[in-house]
Write a protein of this length. Structure first.
Length: 255
């Protein structure tokens, strides 16, 4: 009795590929009928030597004290300063880690200053390299997402509410300002010095750029070096200039 066999879907060249010894040709043939699966963007791996140098820079007693106060691991490098007012709060989400001033050859340590009633929250692994300054004014709120780092000389001056998303790269000399510090007077009326500032997930803020209060930078956006951002930036767009304008859309970046 002859049995009816189920036909097999074949792509051009698939039969020849099956007969070959290697599997490369078969994968190529199947690739014509099976859509390719996008691979995730490879992440930068920290060299072992860098990890050793970071460990040797840890101020052990200070790290233990701040870790106990924040109920989470806060590793502080030698020469760094954390000034936290009694009514201010530095909090870590479950599983979060804050590295302060453990990497970069500059001799200047990182500084975190939280003034009364201000709040700084860390949502994942966040690194503030040496020379970074983070300053929260009275009643200010700052939240930083996981796998975000601030390079040497970057500065945050937070007066209202500031949010920095996940996977962000903040380059050297960048200034993120959600406050004017002083009030501008127009027609005899002083203006509001503070406004919210939001940096979306996966943004790259280039060397020496300044992002002013009231701005929202969309996810995946890139701000060119030396730019001054005064208005919102669309997602996955490249902006540059003074004031910054859109140079290109639908861009991406990687380490």
């Amino acid at each position: 009795m002859n049995r009816q066999r189920t036909p097999i879907l074949k792509a051009p060249g698939a039969a020849a590929a099956v007969g070959r010894s290697g599997g490369t040709a078969l994968r190529r043939a199947l690739g014509r009928i099976v859509p390719s699966i996008p691979r995730p963007r490879p992440r930068y791996a920290t060299p072992p030597g860098t990890m050793v140098r970071m460990a040797l820079r840890i101020a052990v007693a200070r790290s233990i004290r701040h870790s106990l106060a924040c109920r989470g691991p806060v590793l502080v490098g030698r020469g760094c300063r954390l000034r936290i007012a009694r009514s201010a709060r530095l909090t870590l989400a479950p599983g979060a880690i804050l590295l302060v001033g453990l990497e970069h050859p500059t001799p200047t340590g990182a500084v975190i200053e939280l003034r009364p009633r201000s709040t700084m929250r860390i949502e994942g692994l966040v690194q503030l390299l040496r020379g970074t300054v983070v300053r929260l004014n009275w009643d200010a709120q700052l939240e930083i997402g996981g796998r975000t780092y601030l390079n040497a000389g970057a500065e945050i001056d937070c007066g209202g509410r500031m949010t920095i998303g996940r996977d962000c790269a903040i380059a050297t000399g960048v200034a993120l300002l959600s406050t004017d510090t002083h009030r501008l007077v127009r027609d005899g009326e002083p203006g509001e010095p503070h406004a919210d500032l939001t940096i979306g997930d996966g943004c790259w803020i280039g060397h020496g750029a300044t992002v002013l209060k009231g701005v929202t930078v969309g996810a995946g956006a890139v701000v060119a070096a030396g730019s001054v951002v005064t208005r919102d930036v669309g997602p996955s767009s490249l902006v540059g200039g003074v004031p910054a304008r859109t140079l290109r859309g639908e861009i991406g970046w990687t380490l």
